[in-house]
Design a protein around this ligand. Structure first.
Ligand code: 5U1
Length: 702
């Protein structure tokens, strides 16, 4: 809890004082702590600092220790209680926990099909009004039934086979989001049903901790949540970060003012203090359902937890009763799925790709599998450490994940499916597989201390690195050379037509037209695109060079700060560090790049080929900054300008004015009776200008 985030002032003061009867004090402490838990875990809006919570908690613990008869099952001190079990006892559900029909057509048609079925069963014609539905998320976790008697949690049971589940009460009590006591006026018996799940960030943190402790990591949030709930030792459950959402009810007795719609029922559960997802809506007809399905699909990857679809329910509880059940599933509800983001498939081979900076990435070659809405045959294995951690071997059955637009990845191996000959094989090892050589150019591969990646040392000698460098240079966000795609780059490099970036600008129509499948018109178009690309900006050019760690944003920062390429090429690490957002790694990388004579040569050749931009500008629209990146020191009296006027003019042109001369000073502007600053400039070899020289510099950008 962060103290400045408290939603409200704590209420209730200190409650009954030390002189009050212990039972009264204990009841007050329980109530306060329950309220704090609710605000912290359910509303995500803490009321008090952790220290205050801990103080009251310890006081209640001490009271209960001194007076064991004051201990109640809903006391916040009782979340982790009970010992190890031999097995989880079986419990029969008073009202069966039904499953839900699944609509596997993941297109909008699935929503319209459900609406059409409902209308038919209700005997509605085309002129009848649309049916009202409650639309919700389908959480990817473990279904649970929580039984509250007189508002107190008395039992938590898994779904099991729907008739009979496992009693996991002691484990569920450890989940802080699940209230041990409901709030307000509640029915004497209420079974709340919903899903226990694990947030993705909690899952990542848990796995990170396990990695650091050298323990095996978990495969996915759903299995981890389900496994955590079905533990025999509640302490294990307590150590796993679990969450809960309520989405329905089981047995209910004596509910006065029972709601008449499903949406109102969820509102009521939220009022009782149970977590209910805000991502829900009341919609009308098939159109409303399809819109909800599309809206949630668009934000699926931004949700903090996994879902595998959405759920539609006829909103009127009276209509739900009328529609009833079929094959032990409610007719009035359906789960409308999204394409699965994880699938199992066979790992046929592992190839190693060479990236632009020589990074070697192991790539899984998979038996084709439909996942995340597309057919996938390649997935990244990230690096050797990840392969070792997951113990991935060729011939294994693996789980592939593709979420949103991210590159598909192999998340784990299904060890139960590992064939004996694969089990007998050696673990896959990148260095051994490549015998220490780049698979493209044969250069040595190295792995620097503290790095996870192996790299090819071939640099631009390596055709793979050259190809990637060309594609990087040509991309839209860099030099924007239209038509220069992967296939053409392969042809140009493999055919020996292009070795370095400047070679691109030596390509003529005649040379290009010799390439296979290259029509005259395409050759002309490419030559035109190359010509067009020559007029660019400093930041695009800089980004296009492919300096390690210099992305688009850094290139813009550098261009804005220095204004001129030669300033960047000659900047010391210290000077580079003056650029906001540039840290030591980036600064060193830029310095190393421009320390290589062949990189400077490439830059010269590109400029000689006719690539131009407005010097002194930082990308488009900065023509009025001719002194950007330059530092001036003023000394003596200038003939026409006061010192303030000169300073204002320099700063208006993007330059900086400093008080003392150093190696970093670009120019000293000296007038009559210049003193020690002029001497220092001469000692350090800093160029000295008079007023006329300064004006000439200022006029350069005009
Ligand atoms: N949101 C939500 N998920 N879910 C799962 N509601 C919901 N309802 C279910 C299930 C299995 O079943 C009832 C329709 C019985």
């Amino acid at each position: 809890m962060t103290p400045d985030l408290f939603a409200h002032e704590p209420q209730g003061g200190e409650g009954p004082g030390a002189a009050a009867p212990p039972a009264e004090r204990a009841a007050w402490l329980r109530e306060q702590l329950q309220r704090y838990d609710y605000h912290y875990y359910v509303l995500d809006a803490p009321l008090v600092p952790d220290a205050e919570y801990d103080r009251l908690f310890r006081e209640l613990q001490a009271l209960e220790h001194a007076h064991p008869e004051l201990q109640t099952p809903d006391s916040p001190t009782q979340r982790v209680g009970g010992g190890l079990l031999d097995e989880l006892p079986k419990v029969r559900h008073r009202v069966p926990m039904l499953s839900i029909q699944t609509e596997t057509d993941t297109t909008p048609a699935g929503a319209f099909a459900f609406d059409a079925r409902i209308r038919k069963r209700l005997g509605l014609g085309p002129d009848d009004p649309p049916v009202e539905y409650a639309a919700e998320l389908k959480f990817d976790g473990l279904a649970i039934s929580l039984r509250y008697e007189e508002g107190v949690l008395v039992r938590a049971v898994t779904r099991g086979n729907g008739e009979e589940g496992e009693d996991v009460t002691a484990n569920v009590r450890t989940i802080r989001q699940i209230p041990l006591r409901l709030q307000g006026v509640v029915p004497p018996v209420l079974e709340a049903r919903g899903e226990i799940y694990m947030r993705r960030d909690d899952f990542e943190r848990l796995n990170q901790r396990r990695r650091e402790a050298g323990e095996p990591t978990f495969i996915n949030p759903r299995n981890t949540a389900a496994g955590a709930v079905r533990q025999l030792d509640p302490k294990v459950t307590a150590a796993r970060p679990l969450s809960f959402f309520a989405y329905g009810i089981g047995e209910v007795q004596g509910w006065r003012g029972e709601p008449s719609t499903h949406s109102a029922l969820l509102d009521a559960l939220a009022h009782f203090g149970l977590p209910v997802s805000h991502e829900r809506a009341v919609v009308r007809g098939g159109d409303g359902l399809a819109e909800f399905h599309a809206r949630i699909a668009a934000k699926r990857d931004q949700l903090p937890f996994d879902i595998d679809g959405v759920v539609y329910k006829v909103n009127s509880l009276a209509l739900q009763r009328q529609l009833g059940f079929r094959n032990r599933e409610p007719v009035w509800a359906v789960a409308h799925k999204y394409p699965a983001q994880e699938q199992m498939t066979l790992l046929r081979d592992i190839e190693v790709q060479v990236g632009r900076t020589g990074k070697l990435t192991p790539v899984a070659k998979l038996a084709p599998v439909f996942v995340g809405g597309v057919t996938v045959t390649n997935a990244t294995l990230h690096n050797q450490d990840e392969i070792r951690r997951k113990d991935v071997r060729i011939g294994d059955t693996v789980i592939v994940r593709r979420a949103g637009d991210v590159i598909p990845e192999v998340v784990s191996v299904v060890l139960e499916r590992r064939p004996p000959e694969v089990a007998a094989s050696e673990p896959w090892d990148l260095y051994a597989r490549l015998q220490g050589r780049c698979p493209v150019c044969g250069s040595d591969i190295v792995r620097e201390e503290g790095e996870v990646d192996w790299r090819c040392t071939g640099g631009l000698f390596c055709a793979a690195q050259r190809k990637q460098a060309l594609l990087h240079f040509a991309q839209r966000r860099a030099m924007d050379i239209e038509g220069l795609g992967e296939k053409l780059v392969d042809q140009l490099v493999d055919g020996g037509l292009v070795r370095t970036l400047p070679d691109l600008y030596k390509l003529g129509v005649a040379k290009l037209a010799q390439l296979e499948r290259m029509a005259d018109k395409s050759a002309q178009n490419l030559v035109q695109a190359l010509e067009k690309s020559k007029r660019t900006t400093l930041s695009r050019f800089l980004f296009g060079l492919g300096i390690r760690h210099v992305g688009e944003a850094t290139a813009k920062d550098l261009a804005r700060h220095f204004g001129r390429l030669d300033r960047i090429m000659d900047a010391s690490v210290e000077e580079l560090l003056e650029v906001p957002e540039v840290g030591p790694v980036v600064a060193q990388s830029i310095r190393t790049f421009f320390d290589q004579p062949h990189n400077r040569e490439v830059v010269e050749q590109l400029r000689a080929a006719g690539i131009t931009w407005e010097e002194g500008e930082a990308g488009r629209g900065h023509e009025a900054q001719p002194l950007a990146g330059l530092t001036f020191v003023l000394t003596g009296t200038l003939p026409a300008l006061t010192r303030e006027e000169a300073k204002a003019m320099i700063e208006a042109a993007g330059g900086k004015v400093a008080g003392s001369v150093s190696k970093k000073t670009s120019y000293v502007v000296a007038g009559e009776e210049a003193g020690s600053k002029l001497t220092k400039a001469q000692e350090l070899g800093v160029p000295v200008l008079d007023e006329a020289g300064l004006r000439a510099l200022l006029n350069q950008g005009a």
